[in-house]
Design a protein around this ligand. Sequence first.
Ligand SMILES: [Zn+2]
Length: 409
Amino acid sequence: MTPTIDADRLWQSIMDIAAIGPTPEGGSCRLALTPEDTAARALFLQWCQKLGLRHEQDAIGNMFLRRAGADAGASAVAFGSHLDTVPTGGRFDGIAGVLVGLEVLRALHDAGVTTKAPLELVNWMNEEGSRFRPAMMGSRVAAGEFPLAQALAITDDNGVSVAQALADSGQAGPLNPAPRDWSAWLELHIEQGPVMEATGADIGIVTGTMHARYFQLVVTGEPSHVGPTEMNRRHDSLAAAAEVILAVERIGLGAEPGGRASASWIENIPNARGNVPHITRLHCDVRHNDADVAVAMEAQLRQAMTEIAARRGVRIDVDPYATFGPITFDTGLGTLLRNKAQGRQLSTRDMIAAAGHDSVLMAPLVPSAMLFVPSVAGITHNPKEYSTKEQIARGAEVLLDAVLELAGV
Ligand SMILES: [Zn+2]
């Protein structure tokens, strides 16, 4: 029997996961290791167990679901993505990649097909980094890019550590996080941008990623009373941060079309009526297709901060806490995905990923590639995020074909 993707079953599974942590606007909120994320993991695991997959989990909460191959000694063909979301999450970012992987395994199961090489489906822990930074935490630790002990000690905005959250949710597995015995890593993801829809491409072949540089900025001014303190005696950290935010935006606008710059998180102290703010923290990032330009964007940002700090009599400390990319994905796997898409009469387009993905961490370790399916109107990290049942099913078919060729039958 030929394994066949069941578009309705795949869609229903995506909707079933979306119903966990629903938001009023129709999206999902499942921050890493919250009860909602834990419930989604449990449902996913239940589905996997129906297929007889072997479940392994590591100490940072990454889930590995293994389907045995005829050749037990062969390296596995691995694929997956993440089930966690941002606070204003949609139903597809990450989830599509995990559940398309599940659908591939369901199709093989129904058809009674055993591949030569084993297969592994993965749900990475805390890809989004909304609750615990940095993002791509599970894959980062598994790749050896970030020490486990350091990750476990990271706390969320309420002071709860990753270790505590793993213990409370029962998601700390017995395995030591480490690179696994894989021959290839594939990740399907929604595009999260408008290019495929605009150009009518069915499948995006992701050839690489932008280079991104993340910073925490701490602006330190002086506490004072908003009444008696004359305007020219103030060292207002929030007003200085506002100028930094506008500088970030200006740098991003100046770096288009290949560049982006964002200030996306702010904390203001004491954040009290009646007080001139004296400590403001920001998280920012700059990114570009060309790593040298991203470095130049950082230099522009630092220069702007120096000028703002001097003029306003505040201090601005910069903690560059993470970077990713630029990654070039495996060209052989890219060709394979392109050929498999064309074999299904699907149009393809080569693309660069602007967002971080777990595949960025896998690429240095194992031949890796990503494929995109279109996002309606390019909306993402938003309850309106949408890809159609057919768009996702087409991606699943390409993944199925690629997995069959890589694993052998
Ligand atoms: Zn994602």
